[in-house]
Design a protein around this ligand. Sequence first.
Ligand SMILES: [Zn+2]
Length: 249
Amino acid sequence: MSTAFRPVTRALPGLKSALLDALAVVSPTSCAGCAAPDRSLCSACSAALAPNVREVDLHGLPVTYAHEYGGVVRSVLAAYKDGGRTDVAGRLAPALAAAIASALREHAPPVTAHPVRLVTVHLVTVPSSRSARRARGFSPVRLLLAHAGLRTEPALRARRQSADQAHLTIQGRRENRDHWLAPRGALAGRHVLLVDDILTTGATLLEARRALASGGAHVIGAAVLARTPRRNPVPEALGGRSGTIREPP
Ligand SMILES: [Zn+2]
């Protein structure tokens, strides 16, 4: 990124992703999954992004996920989030949408049985830290949701700035995230589905649930694009035991 670009992206964060999308069209590119030339995403990597929706229990919070975080999924997500490859947002979005649809099917409470009508469920994302926003210039989850045609509610705010989670231990992440979120707006009685990109320890989602519940919302579950298999679950100190995976019917 040129230094001339930075003041513009600071002023208008959304501009960066729009420019990157445009650049991917006019510039020679490579596959975001395997670096094969001249393709934004090759056919083999596209096939690897077909969702396989499953669910894990995170201390009573059902988390629906579309992928295990590894291989091509990991490469493409890393390229998307931190490599400037916003051109693949439209290729990742359907899997997140599939996880959301499954979560709503499974966990949105019915208002009436015949015909079946479900309550309105609001999609809520976790606010990015200021440093992550500044580094990326866009919100990875919100961009995916925009590509899926889905709208989120700004129901959470950061109480204080949290350090970047990526370089912390599990214990460090937990301390960093403790009570760092607060509810925003009128949430009493609202049904909420949390949406995030990667489930790692689950500490972020649990903190989001705590904050939303403190504002009176009912969190029916969470939907994420990918779940990190082995670094999950959250530590015993959070009241945790190993998560159990339930295959969808
Ligand atoms: Zn590829």
